[in-house]
Design a protein around this ligand. Structure first.
Ligand SMILES: C[S@@+](CC[C@H](N)C(=O)[O-])C[C@H]1O[C@@H](n2cnc3c(N)ncnc32)[C@H](O)[C@@H]1O
Length: 282
């Protein structure tokens, strides 16, 4: 026999509980007295769902990601304030600059270029004169800021707005594909798909240059990681949608040869730097 108990909940109660659900839903607690297992469903129907399914749903809800619209809203609002993150981002992106050889670069592509700070450093200090830079971002405000910042290089630097997650429309070729603090905003599927796009866009032997928020290795950074994950679980928009990830876990050996992989912590915030050479056929 199955006993079903309907508990109406409110949006605010669920948000307080960290689920961030946008509309009132009914949760049903179903006690299956044959197996003595308890399961409940977020579906407003009378069928109990298996426990596995329930946990998958709860996990999916806890690891939710900002939608494209939410990301755009957040980063449009953030605008130039994004540069205040330099205190923990710069040590990691500077490490990337030190370990990637841009001297022979011809075409650099950057996903999620933000205000164009990294591109400015590249064009100022690292790229040869005949090298072009193309950045894209989903936030129109970021695109404007980056275009203004890179205005000194009208012939070499171009920044465009993209209107969707994913680079399936991009057929151009590049020899360096950069994404700093962008993959950590994406779902695992989006990360895998972005890395496939990078593989398609990069020339043979092209370099993948990634920096992302990651998990801590020492006491302070481990505590920061735990706090960050908790905040992200409660409300991802409080941390701009990003959460600690391990990029290495997404980098397939059939597509990439990792040449550098290190974690750098600044003020307790750990970042993973991963550089890989493209291998395999298109
Ligand atoms: C955390 S900021 C990092 C900005 C810059 N890369 C930096 O290191 O300062 C993330 C940026 O990626 C952009 N972004 C997020 N998802 C994106 C996507 N799928 N395609 C392009 N840009 C994206 C956001 O608008 C934002 O400007």
């Amino acid at each position: 026999m199955t006993i079903a108990l309907a508990i109406p909940t409110t949006r605010s109660a669920l948000i307080v509980a960290g689920k961030g659900i946008a509309a009132p839903i009914q949760m049903k607690l179903c006690v299956n007295n044959l197996s003595h297992r308890v399961s409940y469903s977020t579906k407003p129907n009378n069928n109990c769902v298996p426990n596995d399914c329930y946990w998958a749903k709860i996990k999916a809800r806890m690891h939710k990601f900002l939608s494209l619209d939410q990301l755009i809203q957040f980063y449009d609002r953030m605008g130039a304030k994004q540069d205040t993150q330099a205190f923990y981002e710069d040590p990691a992106t500077d490490c990337l600059l030190t370990h990637v050889d841009f001297r022979n670069a011809h075409q650099v592509f950057e996903l999620g270029c933000g205000t164009g700070r990294f591109a400015q450093k590249l064009l100022n200090n690292c790229l040869p004169q005949d090298c072009t830079y193309r950045g894209v971002d989903v936030s129109a405000v970021m695109v404007q800021l980056a275009q203004k910042r890179l205005g000194r290089w009208p012939q070499r630097a171009r920044v465009d707005l993209v209107t969707k997650v994913g680079l399936s429309d991009f057929n151009e070729c590049c020899d360096h594909f950069v994404a700093n603090y962008v993959l950590d905003l994406m779902s695992p599927d989006q990360i895998r798909s972005t890395l496939n796009d990078a593989h398609r866009m990069l020339s043979p032997q092209g370099e993948l240059c990634l920096v992302s928020l990651t998990k801590g290795q020492k006491l302070l950074s481990k505590s920061v990681t735990a706090a960050w994950r908790l905040i992200h679980h409660l409300n991802p928009s409080l941390v701009g949608g990003c959460r600690p990830i391990v990029i290495e876990e997404f980098v397939k050996a059939s597509h990439w040869k990792i040449t550098y992989n290190k974690t750098v912590s600044a003020y307790g915030v750990p970042s993973e730097i991963l550089i890989a050479t493209r291998v395999g056929s298109h």
